[in-house]
Design a protein around this ligand. Structure first.
Ligand code: ATP
Length: 132
């Protein structure tokens, strides 16, 4: 038995397929979902969605949003989401460098510091998912 997973962003559908198991990173921690899971909605943080099929695991980089779980279907509504093949590694490396600089420079301004930290987390997440 499998579960259907959809990953949708404001720009369109990033993934639609049947998997054995999917895990997402919610604000409360990692959530592993098997077919027949109870229905729930949870907010997502910056992290990797892991799609397990047999012995293979595909990853999607997600930058926050919501997961809606139903017994036969998981819908991930993401602010941004990329498959490894869709990740521009140079762009993520540049974003990481930029964010690291801002994190170290903006210690006094809490909002700018927080924003830079989130940009840094998005860049690191993309690099992790891309495998680079
Ligand atoms: P950047 O500073 O490089 O724009 P960001 O983290 O601020 O990075 P987001 O606001 O999360 O970017 O995303 C804006 C759009 O750009 C989204 O559609 C996202 O999928 C896309 N995107 C961002 N970074 C990358 C990347 N490294 N490779 C491919 N697409 C990316």
């Amino acid at each position: 038995m499998q579960i259907n997973v959809n990953v949708v962003t404001p720009d369109g559908k990033v993934y639609d397929g049947d998997v054995d198991m999917v895990s997402v990173v919610t604000t409360e921690g990692e959530l592993g979902i098997l077919p027949r899971h109870i229905s729930l909605v949870a907010p997502l943080t910056i992290g990797a969605v892991r799609l397990k099929k047999g012995t293979t695991v595909e990853k999607v980089a997600v930058s926050g949003g919501f997961v809606e779980v139903r017994p036969d279907q998981v819908t991930i509504l993401a602010e941004a989401a990329e498959l490894p093949s869709g990740i521009d590694v140079d762009r993520a490396r540049q974003a990481k460098e930029r964010a690291e600089k801002r994190v170290s420079e903006n210690k006094a301004d809490e909002i700018d510091h927080k924003r830079a930290e989130l940009a840094l987390r998005r860049a690191i997440n993309r690099l992790n998912v891309s495998g680079k």
